[in-house]
Design a protein around this ligand. Structure first.
Ligand SMILES: NC(=O)c1ccc[n+]([C@@H]2O[C@H](COP(=O)([O-])OP(=O)(O)OC[C@H]3O[C@@H](n4cnc5c(N)ncnc54)[C@H](OP(=O)(O)O)[C@@H]3O)[C@@H](O)[C@H]2O)c1
Length: 315
C-alpha cells in the first residue's frame, strides 16, 4: 500500500518542519496547516509542500483540511499549559477531533507523536499522563478501520531544537555559575534526522500498524552531563552547580509564575521519570556527544543536517 497525500497537523513546529522536508524528499505531497504561515518560508523551495493558513482547533475547519489526504500525522503538543490551552484540550480532546476528521473523510492511516514515559495511569506529571491518555485513545479508536502508529521519543536534538539551544543560551547569559535543577535526570537524546527518518519509514509499513515505537539515541546521559558538554563545546566556562531537590522545586514554583514559564512544577515532575528506552527499535544512531562537540563548527558554517550526519558517520 503506497500513500501519497499526507497532512501534518502541528507540522509548523520543530519536529514537523523536519518531517515535512523528509516526506517531501521521499516524494509525498505534504500539507502543513499553520496559524502563522509566514513563518514557514523554508518550505517555499519544495513544490510538494503546501502551507495552509488554518485554525486546526475548529472541528469543521480541521475536517475540511483533512479532505483529500490519505494519511494524517499529528504532532501537536504542549509542554506547559496556558489560559487558552490546557493539557487536556491539546493532548486528549484534540485527538478526538482528529479521529472524527479521519472518519468523516474515510482516512485510514493515522500517525501520532507522543512522548517517552507517557502513561495514562502512572505518568509522573500531567504532561506525561495526558500524553498517555491521548495515545491510548488513539489506539482504541484505531481498532475500528483506522491504522494507527505512535512514537514515543526521548528528548530530540538538532540545530533548531529548544533543548540544546535553551541550555546554550542560558549558559551564555550566566555569569560564571549555572544552578541546575534535576541534574541527575536521565535522557537518551535522539537526533531529529534519525527521528523523522524512523517516522517516515513506518507510513506505508503494515507491520507498524497498532505499534508504539520508543525513539532513543545511542547514549544515556544525565542532564548535568549534557549541560557540561554544551558548556565545554561553546567555551562558556561556567561552573555547573547541582541544585538540591528542595531548591529545584522552589525554582520551579517561582519560574512557573513568571512570563515564559522557563521551568514549572509539571516540568520538574516529568524530569523525575527517566527518558530512556529498554530497547531501541527503530535504531537511531547519531550520538549527542559527537553532535555537541561539533557545535561551534555547526553554528559558524550552518551545514545541512545531511552533511553534518555524514561527517559524524565518517568519524
Ligand atoms: N521536541 C522534543 O524533544 C519532543 C520530545 C518528545 C515528544 N515530543 C512531542 O513531539 C511533538 C512535536 O514536538 P515539537 O518539538 O515539534 O513541538 P513544537 O515545536 O512546540 O510544535 C508543536 C506544534 O503544535 C502546534 N500547536 C500547539 N498548540 C496549538 C494550538 N493550540 N493550536 C494550533 N496549533 C498548536 C504548534 O503550532 P504553532 O507553531 O502554530 O504554535 C506546532 O506546530 C509534540 O507532540 C511533542 O509533545 C517532542
Amino acid at each position: 500500500m503506497k500513500h501519497n497525500n499526507i497532512i501534518l497537523i502541528g507540522g509548523s513546529g520543530f519536529v514537523g518542519k523536519h518531517l515535512a522536508i523528509e516526506l517531501a524528499q521521499r516524494g509525498y505531497n505534504v500539507t502543513v496547516p499553520s496559524r502563522r504561515p509566514h513563518r514557514l518560508s523554508e518550505f517555499k523551495v519544495l513544490s510538494n509542500i503546501t502551507v495552509v493558513q488554518a485554525n486546526i482547533m475548529d472541528q469543521a475547519e480541521l475536517t475540511a483540511l483533512c479532505k483529500g489526504h490519505d494519511v494524517v500525522f499529528n504532532l501537536v503538543g504542549i509542554l506547559n499549559e496556558s489560559k487558552q490551552n490546557s493539557f487536556r484540550k491539546i493532548h486528549i480532546d484534540f485527538i478526538k477531533s482528529i479521529v472524527q476528521s479521519c472518519q468523516t473523510n474515510n482516512i485510514k492511516r493515522l500517525l501520532h507523536v507522543s512522548a517517552l514515559g507517557a502513561n495514562q495511569a502512572s505518568g509522573g506529571s500531567q504532561y506525561l499522563r495526558t500524553k498517555g491518555e491521548g495515545e491510548n485513545l488513539l489506539h482504541t479508536f484505531g481498532q475500528n478501520k483506522l491504522e494507527v502508529t505512535s512514537f514515543q521519543p526521548s528528548v530530540i536534538f538538532g540545530m533548531d531544537d529548544s533543548f540544546i539551544n535553551r541550555f546554550s543560551g542560558i549558559l551564555k547569559l550566566s555569569m560564571g555559575i549555572f544552578p541546575l535543577a534535576c541534574p541527575n535526570s536521565r535522557f537518551s537524546p535522539v537526533f531529529i534526522g534519525d527521528a523523522v527518518s524512523a517516522m517516515a519509514d513506518t507510513i506505508d509499513d503494515r507491520n507498524s500498524f497498532s505499534k508504539r515505537y520508543p525513539l532513543c539515541g545511542p547514549e544515556t546521559l544525565t542532564l548535568k552531563q549534557i549541560v557540561e558538554l554544551i558548556n565545554k563545546a561553546q567555551q562558556s566556562h561556567c561552573k555547573i552547580v547541582s541544585l538540591p531537590d528542595s531548591i529545584a522545586r522552589l525554582q520551579a514554583v517561582i519560574l512557573q509564575n513568571l512570563p515564559g514559564k522557563l521551568f514549572t512544577m509539571d516540568n520538574y515532575r516529568s524530569l523525575q521519570t527517566p527518558s530512556t528506552c529498554d530497547s531501541n527499535v527503530p535504531a537511531c544512531t547519531t550520538s549527542l556527544t559527537n553532535y555537541i562537540k561539533g557545535l561551534p563548527h555547526l553554528y559558524s558554517r550552518r551545514p545541512t543536517y545531511d552533511e553534518y550526519r555524514k561527517q559524524l558517520l565518517n568519524r
